[in-house]
Design a binder for this molecule. Sequence first.
Ligand code: PFF
Length: 475
Amino acid sequence: MARDNWSGRFGFVLAAAGSAIGLGNLWKFPYITWNNNGGAFVLVYLLCILVVGLPLMCSEILIGRRSQSSVASAFGRLGHPKWDFVGFIGVAAGFVILGFYAVIAGWSLASFAECLGWSVQGYEAPSDEAFGTFLADPLKQIGLGFVFMVATSLIVWRGVSGGIERAAKILMPTLMVILVYILIVTCTLSGAGEALTFLFKPDFSKLDSHGVLEALGHAFFTLSLGMGAMITYGSYMKKSERVVPISITVVILDTIIALVACMIMYSIIFTVDGLRDEVGKSTVGMLFVTLPKLFYTEMTGSGGAFVGPLFYILVAFAALSSTISLLEVIVSLFVDRYGWNRTKATVTAATSVFGLSVLSALSLGANGFLSSVKLFGSSETGVLHSLNKLVTKDKGGVLNILDHISANWLLPIGGLAITIYVGWVLPTKDSKEELFGEGEGSSLFYKVWLFFVRFVVPAAIGWVIVDVVLGGDFS
Ligand code: PFF
């Protein structure tokens, strides 16, 4: 059977941007930027995106396009089967990330329902414990994750052009329109000016070296790099498309959305007295606890009742276009490597991931054991304790562990392997031809790109990994 393809450049850009734009942009980035005091961190992040993200994005897409295979067997197809281990790291990362991402994505549905209720029946302030109670509710946590997994599976099951591309063509433009509308509304708030200053006026005395590494670590997650999602998506790209401009477009879109998300949230936060001290307390706080209230208490005159539910549709859409790519990485392992049909591959992948997400869902307070379990057991001394400290920073709880392992280990290691492969193993003739077409293209750009892929990107990722081994944490 002929391999499915994106119908064209537009389809690929939307699907790849859909993978990149997700909870990383709307939930993680505003939070870490806040904790790293804005300005200088944003500048460093932009540099990481340019220096590490873009070269790696081109590398992944070119591997996929050249091999015409998903990450699971791309390296073997290019004549280096020993490198197929990278594909397995990628699939493992997809499994681990989806195992917790689907649960968090499910919260957007709950926030949507809550906001809709407030819009219709009037706002009723939730108690301080409301979010904790929600997290510890097993049925809600499993049920919402389930809904998300079913939606994801149905789209992936329908294939690349008929499912993923079609969904992206609806989800992404809707997301952009909603985002622009909310941006315009929030820019009229009195705190908008301060938000701009916070975001774009760098003060390097407020940034430490850990912040730099955090920016670098986040660059992988937000661009869906290091696990072969872009290899897999690139493998469905037609030979006539040009890799470099497309990569640049995806990277720019992802970055703009992350900055717009910050603008929206910070404008609201700076408008409300006393709020700025409250928001940094928890990773989930800003997106799922602070914002819903604000739409109804601070934006009453500026369309909060309309913007509230709309905002969570946006979050759900962004998350869905990312979960699709995560599942596709796993499904394509079965299809490309083992020749399964799409139905069997999708059902197998989705049910096994759902099994893991049930464990994540119950690890937020519903089940005592799963909420506190450690990867290498609970021993407080000896080798296992040291392993817990090294591998997971002694974190407890399934969801926390999955988040930690993917952000700190799987994505950086996968990214390192990919950049070494493209820089040092794949013949330069192949990479040049794939990036610019035969005999075409600027050889200066190619040389600069190769320099980054060979030296700068591996050095930067190596730094992240050394920092993780020494006790850093990017999750
Ligand atoms: N890039 C997504 C986000 O920012 O939310 C997360 C993600 C999706 C990571 C797909 C990796 C991936 F393969």
